[in-house]
Design a protein around this ligand. Structure first.
Ligand code: PEP
Ligand code: MN
Length: 347
């Protein structure tokens, strides 16, 4: 399989870049022209059919955009990458000479749709990138890839775009780096790209997420870039201009592959960093609510410290500690510290 995939794992970081959505002929061509020359740039991406979470937002220009993409290919020689969500998208993309299609996070969650897309791709020569599903479900991601493999598709890659969870601050989608790392252990030859645009949701985060992806040995990056990001019809906050993208790519340090021992240590450290980040977010959210409670108590003339409530809370948390394999003493100390800080916030 490695041979078939040499497009993505040549050893150099592969870049797929372009706007979240194709909006007009000028926007597409101007963006592609400005992107040309970015180190490692392999393909130009643009969404034609945008699967929006809520109806009524800009849903893409559809097949009309394929003409503009063909012009990009003729003029720049770049490969073309588009998202497909149903079989008719696949047929239109293949007919237009698209080189790479990707299955998006909202589509890969549906096994029947993935099977239909796989059938539509049967016998074609296009590369297929499979994004992770929106929810942190490794099996669903692996299952989508297996459905394509079963149809005989060999030119495959995975794209890590983060997971939508309730506490995803500061990012739009939490990376849960251990999930793509696990996927890699299921499919060792499968190239893995990272999409820092949809993980971060903000252009300021692109560099740090991209660097992390390279440090973990990922093969490439898919990044959204728009000729005039502020005017983008979708994903305004995360798109960068081609000039900004060039700066980011040039600033990335290409790390040599780490040894086996280092790689697993790095994997565990990454998990710890992520968990701590969530811990801090949850503590901050808790403190916000404590402050609101403090205001209510003041209005109702109640003291910040309510012994009955505190003792039953502590009792409940200590009881839960056992089933989570945490010692009573540890959980007691943690909650006493949190409680003291909460009282201070309310005074
Ligand atoms: C996209 O790449 O524009 C996109 C819609 O991404 P995702 O499926 O990851 O949300
Ligand atoms: Mn997007």
């Amino acid at each position: 399989m490695a041979g078939h995939n040499s497009l993505f794992n040549s050893g150099k970081t592969v870049i797929v870049a372009g706007p979240c959505a194709a909006e007009s002929r000028d926007q597409v061509l101007d963006t592609a022209r400005a992107l040309k020359g970015i180190p490692g740039l392999l393909a130009f991406r643009a969404g034609l059919w945008k699967p929006r979470t809520r109806p009524g937002d800009f849903e893409g220009v559809g097949e009309e955009g394929l003409k503009w993409l063909q012009e990009v290919k003729e003029e720049t020689g770049l490969m073309l990458a588009v998202e497909v969500a149903i079989p008719s998208h696949v047929e239109a993309a293949i007919a237009a000479g698209v080189d790479i299609v990707w299955i998006g996070a909202r589509t890969v969650v549906s096994p029947f749709v993935v099977d239909e897309i796989a059938s539509a791709l049967r016998g074609s020569d296009v590369y297929v990138m499979v994004k992770n599903p929106i929810n942190p479900d490794l099996s669903l991601w692996a299952g989508g890839i297996e459905r394509l493999m079963k149809t005989g598709i060999k030119k495959l890659a995975a794209v890590h775009r983060g997971f939508d969870v309730f506490y995803s601050k500061p990012y739009r989608n939490l990376p849960f780096w251990e999930i793509p790392i696990e996927l890699k252990s299921i499919f060792p030859d499968l190239p893995m790209l990272c999409d820092p645009s949809h993980i971060g949701g903000q252009r300021d985060y692109l560099e740090r997420i991209s660097q992390k992806a390279l440090d973990l040995g990922m093969d490439g990056l898919m990044i959204e870039s728009h000729i005039d990001p502020q005017k983008a019809l979708t994903d305004v906050a995360q798109q960068v201009s081609p000039a900004e993208l060039k700066k980011i790519i040039e600033s990335l340090k290409q790390r040599e592959q780490q040894g086996q021992a280092d790689a697993s240590l790095e994997k565990f450290r990454t998990s710890i960093d992520e968990l701590d980040e969530q811990l801090l977010e949850i503590l901050s959210k808790r403190m916000e609510i404590v402050t609101l409670i403090g205001k209510l108590k003041k209005e109702q003339n109640l003291a910040p410290y309510q012994a009955g409530r505190w003792l039953s809370l502590l009792d409940d948390r200590i009881q839960k500690a056992g089933s989570l394999k945490l010692s009573n003493d540890f959980v007691k100390k943690v909650f006493e510290t949190i409680h003291m800080e909460s009282i201070k916030h309310q005074e």
